[in-house]
Design a protein around this ligand. Structure first.
Ligand code: GRF
Length: 206
């Protein structure tokens, strides 16, 4: 791919992941342009961050649509107004039914080592609480291609962190998030370089 990769970002919350990408772009560490941000919540702080950086930001409220299909169609219509090479889910807590044209072009990041502590009910600090309750010695993050199920598509890369004595969901989340800030840009660069080959559940890095 020549020139910057054109990204669209889907989010529901604070937009820390969006902020990380914006910062990496500004620092010259990621050759990308964020064309549009879509939020399913009008009160998401991520919308403000987008607008502060001159990125078009739109709201598609889940509750305004009768089902996932109609909601997803509206998101797709919003994305189609822009040049989009890759869609980045960045703390997006709804299901987006991916149309054929974007299949294999949607990434998600999850703050645990999939297939552990993932799926519809695992978001925010619940993920880290579950990891601590289980007693795991390592946790981490997973970047994967999204499909039409929560946290389910082929894994691109994972980064691990230790769980340490006295960890709380907050302290573990902070350690994991540091790795997320490296992992997502890495995965985007690999995609941009055409180095991700998907075969069934497996992604080969060429
Ligand atoms: C990150 O931990 C990411 O793994 C998960 O949502 C969090 C980012 O959300 N998918 P936000 O940017 O803080 O709203």
């Amino acid at each position: 791919m020549q020139g910057p990769i054109h990204l669209a970002v889907l989010l529901s919350g604070t937009g820390r992941t969006l902020q990380n990408l914006v910062t990496k772009i500004e620092e010259g560490l990621l050759d990308a342009r964020i064309e549009v941000v879509v939020s399913n919540r009008g009160d998401a702080y991520g919308l403000r961050r987008a607008r502060d950086h001159g990125i078009p930001a739109v709201v598609v409220e889940r509750k305004s649509y009768k089902d996932v299909k109609e909601f997803s169609n509206e998101i797709t219509a919003r994305l189609n107004k822009h040049t989009v090479d890759l869609i980045i889910m960045a703390g997006f807590n709804c299901l987006y039914e991916i149309p054929d044209k974007y299949m294999g072009k949607v990434m998600n990041i999850h703050p645990a080592l999939i297939p552990s502590f993932c799926g519809r009910d695992y978001w925010g600090e619940k993920v880290h609480q579950a990891a601590l309750d289980y007693g795991v010695k390592v946790s981490g993050c997973t970047v994967h291609f999204a499909d039409n199920d929560y946290d389910n598509g082929p894994i691109i890369l994972q980064r691990t962190v230790p769980v340490v004595e006295g960890d709380t969901p907050k302290s573990l989340a902070a350690r994991v998030f540091e790795e997320e800030c490296r992992a997502y840009p890495d995965a985007i660069r690999l995609f941009q370089q055409g180095r991700l080959k998907i075969e069934g559940r497996k992604v080969t890095i060429l």
